[in-house]
Design a protein. Sequence first.
Length: 355
Amino acid sequence: MAKNSLTIRDIAKMAKVSHTTVSRALNNDPKISAKTQKRILAIVDKLGFKPDARARNLVLKKSNLIGLVVTDIRNPFYAELARGIEDKAHQVGYNVIFCSTDHKPERMDSYVHLMLDVGIDGFIFASSRLHEPVVEKLIAERFPLVLVNRKIKGEGFNYVVLDNFRGAYDITQHLIDLGCKKIAIVDGPSSVFTGLERLRGFQRALKDNKIALKPEYIVQDNFSRATGYEGAKKLLEMKDRPEAIFAGSDYIAMGVFDATEALGLRIPEDVALVGFDDTEFASNQRIRLTTVSQREYTMGSMGVQILIDYIENKELDYTHKVVLESHLIIRESCGHKLHRPGAGVPKVLSLAKSR
């Protein structure tokens, strides 16, 4: 019999077992004895048989595939998050397929259903809005999934997120400690967890320091470089322009940096700049961005481990709720080396070294 014409059922007949048992032997399933598995694998090796993955998946109802949904893989944060997810998944025997939604709900729905048709074992969502019907439906159906970076409203789901409120509060407080009073924010939308929590942390820090926030100093749109550019251009062309800008992500900060250069201004001499994420871009010698570390690689790796536990132990009746501690990374963009009138000693002096 030719090798390429062999099927799992052929191997099952030769081994005098069911085709399900053959599939379990090929997947190291502990439900069969070591003796039976050894006998089956000996036949497979002798015949040079290579199993059809699709047929095996139908038998086991398992594909060892994870679906990852992000907004924009060009965003350095998502690239580093995806790397942590991919590395951990490979380590535990899974593969990852991913898509970018480009902030469009219809694309989110389309990709989710496409991945379900492919037969993935579980989802990692890194781009959900606070209200995300397709995700809420999956949770209600107890389909294995984990939310990383963002949460949705409600309970009963696994997530790994950062303490975004604390991170935004601390970095805003740092600017205030440096003597900044007129501080603007260019942030993502309040319809997503990260945008909402970072804005809340920013506002609370100003309130606690009795600093009035001008409504025109708040710019919100997508977490994109374009948002940073347009937002910063608007702010820096004001007659009463801000002394500092808090970019709600490092990707937004890239756009702010571009706009500042285009206007002939300098960071931090003319305007202080801070970001959020601590992506590889932030430590660039030319940028030296003060930011909040999200530990995106760790976040992704933890998300995979939680998801695999759920996939392989669906009877679990509890959820994992992980909130990572934020860390302020101080570099030159905030102007901590400049003398600013009224500036005191910063409460945080954890100066970052170049990567």
